[in-house]
Design a protein around this ligand. Structure first.
Ligand code: ADP
Ligand code: MG
Length: 758
């Protein structure tokens, strides 16, 4: 199947017959740390890291061991090759490669081989694993058992069961596409993403659609967009004379941020349990201001978690590569080596699930919410994205002389135009109740979508627009001015950490994603909008008499018309907000502002024309996003009311009573003794509590109205404008009381205890 990408030294991905194990033996790609690039192989390097991290600990893993465990839980190409008759194997590869229909005899053979392997691995069950519109993965487990005549059983798995599953679709969000009584839904095997074993179950990645064929998941549009981009990019490359290119693949490396907190603290916080974030909590005296956590030395307990996480992920064939502490206390990051968009998506979903499970085994909880704690950074996910050919060329690599590289210029122009024309889609694909806390909050890029090209490419675009000579602006030697330290070549551009969509050498980094997001959606948006622009370019160029001149003209026209989307400055600054407005760029601050653009005519046309989603499927997605948003805000509001009424208010009343009793007792002893402290506290807290109780009632009443609003956009707007605002006001009052109430009385662990408790 299992069409596994090979990552070669140019950073390109080519379709190959190599299984994960061999994949793993290929040299590091160009984006890995320069120092090791091409010199060490991935397994050696990973093993080296692992051994370094495990020095002195029990259960030390040897180098041989890491290469052995990598992919051991995956039914990869190598295993398939070993276990399938040659002819079946070849026929399957052809199906995957050319999209030919799958022969049932082939499916039967594959299913049987998969089952035998899974049973050897201790499995009793299999599951079609899919990604419905809930944003999390879904699975329904069936055992392999099949009754025999004598009342016994055998373990069986047929091609039919491999290809098609039928989970009840009625309880998954369909955005009105389906009525509840229309329950049939199908899962279909995705042979481009390998099956794997977890918890004694064989997991089979699948796509999910309804009885009548509507797409109900995130994987299908992603696969379609990859194919669409491939076909138009191949057309363009053939026009440019690259007739050996038969396939173009998008690749993704998602950097995943997360928090790790102690489970005992988590268990005491209903807000974390129900909503994934703290709804109350006054700041600890120390936050992230010393910047001592970022890249700081990793604590023993966290390190043990990270080591086990790496090991689990490696077994599942995930290229977990980089790990470090992030900016906020208790915040960390894991980055994998990139893969094709489809596998990267499956692997990112898997990574998030494994993170949560492994954390549990260490008495920890992994928080993937975008903003678990106010006042310190939230968590995002950087979606590194590029396009490569089957011949091993990264199409976003500018090469040594980008000024002469018309192919690169053309692809860059397509991306610039795509991001400019479809900023709204890119913005709304990262919108969520959680991510609304981050975008524009000085820790993540703003809600305004723009692109960073860096000095060199910026100069290139300027020279093309103005018809002037291109002068490279950077790329000089770095002199350390210390004899024992080697000098080295600098990268050709600095980084701009504030840009939502930044060019980083040979890929773009889409930085606006929230940490919990399924990356399928932003990636099918990206693939689709770029495919659209490339197809327009192709139509314009295909009959040109002088192709070179025609390309130059298209590139110049595109850069001239769309340079407004390029911004190399500080995206966090106030000036940029004003400047962006002048440039006519969108600034949608929240989900209810962004989401209506999903169903703008131009966007529906885009998806329909490129065969990704039809109009009713887009409407469904729009409805689901709005409904999910309102539901989340409602749960948050109800949780706050619950915490306020059942715990915070009673706690403050008890504390006030204790202070009052203390004052009265003192006065009974002697009327001249000072009761200043008690009276001050009692009076301040009583005033505060009165406002708090009134605000709680207000929030409760507001939340009660949410479900009465039938229009989903109106409902979401109401949630944002009224309910969410009231939540903020209630929190301010609650946090002020926490500051003044004895810790003994306060019903919840404090920020200090949670953030510095691991
Ligand atoms: P950062 O400095 O942004 O934290 P990292 O090196 O941690 O960068 O992560 C960069 C990510 O980009 C990695 O996941 C890497 O695999 C990915 N990447 C590198 N080259 C490509 C490419 N051609 N396509 C997609 N992703 C890539
Ligand atoms: Mg990054």
């Amino acid at each position: 199947m299992v069409y596994n990408p090979i990552i070669d030294s140019k950073g390109a991905v080519s379709e190959s017959e190599c299984p994960s194990l061999r994949q793993y033996r290929t040299p590091l790609h160009s984006n890995c740390s320069d120092a090791v690039q091409g010199k060490r192989t991935v397994p050696a390097y990973s093993a080296f890291l692992y051994v370094e991290n495990n020095k002195g600990k029990t259960g030390e893993i040897s180098m041989a061991n890491v290469t052995e465990i990598f992919g051991s839980m995956v039914f990869d190409d190598k295993k398939m090759q070993e276990r399938l008759p040659r002819i079946t194997y070849k026929s399957l590869k052809k199906t995957v490669k050319n999209g030919d229909p799958l022969d049932i005899s082939v499916a039967n053979a594959v299913a049987n081989a998969m089952k035998d392997w899974a049973v050897e691995m201790g499995c009793t069950h299999y599951t079609h694993w899919f990604q419905p519109m809930t944003g999390v993965t879904a699975e329904k487990h069936d055992s392999f058992i099949f009754p025999t005549e004598g009342g016994g059983i055998i373990m069986e798995f047929s091609g039919k069961e491999l290809i098609k599953g039928e989970p009840d679709a009625s309880s998954f969000p369909s955005g009105g596409i389906r009525a509840t009584f229309e329950a049939r839904g199908y899962t279909t095997w995705d042979p481009t993403s390998p099956a794997f074993v977890r918890d004694k179950t064989l997991y089979i990645p699948t796509a999910f659609c309804s009885y009548t064929g509507e797409v109900l998941d995130k994987k299908t549009p992603l696969l379609r967009s990859m194919e669409r981009l491939s076909s138009v990019a191949v057309d363009v490359l053939h026009l440019l004379g690259k007739s050996d290119v038969t396939r173009v693949t998008t690749t993704v490396g998602p950097e995943q941020e997360y928090f790790l907190i102690d489970k005992t603290m988590y268990d005491k916080r209903p807000d974390l349990i129900y909503t994934g974030r703290t709804l109350f909590g006054c700041p600890a005296p120390k936050g992230q201001e010393l910047e001592d956590h970022y890249f700081g030395s990793i604590k023993t307990r966290v390190s043990a978690f990270m080591n086990e996480l790496d090991e689990e992920l490696w077994k599942l064939g995930v290229f977990a590569k980089t790990k470090h502490n992030e900016v906020a206390p208790s915040q960390h990051e894991l980055a994998p080596i990139f893969e094709t968009s489809n596998i990267a998506t499956d692997h990112n979903e898997l990574t998030m699930e494994v993170m949560k499970k492994v954390a549990e085994r260490h008495g920890l909880v992994c928080l993937l919410h975008e903003k678990p704690f106010a006042g310190v950074n939230g968590s995002g996910k950087h979606n590194n994205w590029s396009i490569s050919t089957n011949t091993g060329e990264n199409l976003l690599d500018p090469g040594k002389t980008p000024e002469n590289n018309l192919q690169f210029q053309l692809f860059l122009a397509a991306i610039v135009k795509a991001v400019h024309e479809y900023q709204d889609l890119l913005r709304l694909t990262v919108a969520s109740a959680g991510n609304d806390h981050r975008l524009g909050a000085n820790e993540a890029p703003p809600a305004i979508i723009s692109m960073y090209l860096g000095d060199d490419l910026g100069a290139l675009v300027d020279s093309i627009v103005n018809g002037t000579e291109y002068k490279r602006r950077s790329g000089s030697d770095m002199q350390t001015k210390v004899d024992v330290l080697p000098d080295f070549k600098k990268d050709s551009s600095d980084r701009n950490r504030t840009s939502p969509f930044a060019f980083t050498g040979n890929k773009f980094e889409f930085r606006a994603l929230g940490s919990s997001l399924n990356i399928a959606c932003p990636n099918y948006m990206l693939n689709t909008i770029v495919a659209e622009e490339l197809s327009e370019f192709y139509a314009e160029l295909k009959d040109a008499d002088n192709l070179e001149e025609a390309i130059k003209a298209v590139v110049k026209k595109t850069f001239t018309e769309h340079q407004n989307i390029i911004f190399n400055g500080d995206n966090y600054s106030e000036q940029w907000v004003a400047e962006a407005e002048k440039r006519g760029l969108c600034n949608y601050r929240s989900l209810p502002e962004a989401m209506p653009h999903y169903v703008d005519r131009k966007n529906i046309d885009l998806f329909e024309k490129n065969g990704i989603l039809n109009e009713s499927e887009i409407h469904a997605r729009y409805e689901i996003e709005l409904e999910t948003y309102s539901k989340q805000i409602r749960i948050e509001a109800l949780t706050m009311v619950d915490m306020a009424e059942k715990n915070i208010t009673p706690a403050v009343i008890s504390f006030v009573k204790e202070m009052t009793d203390a004052a009265l007792a003192k006065k009974a002893l002697s009327s001249s003794v000072s009761v200043y402290a008690e009276t001050e506290l009692v009076s301040e807290l009583s005033d505060n509590l009165e406002s708090f109780v009134k605000k709680t009632a207000e929030l409760k009443a507001a939340a009660a109205k949410i479900n009465g609003i039938s229009d989903s956009l109106e409902q979401a707007k109401y949630c944002r404008e009224t309910v969410f605002s009231l939540m903020g006001e209630l929190r301010t009052l609650g946090d002020a009381m926490e500051q003044k109430t004895s810790a003994e009385y306060w019903p919840y662990p404090s920020y200090g205890e949670i953030l510095f408790g691991v």
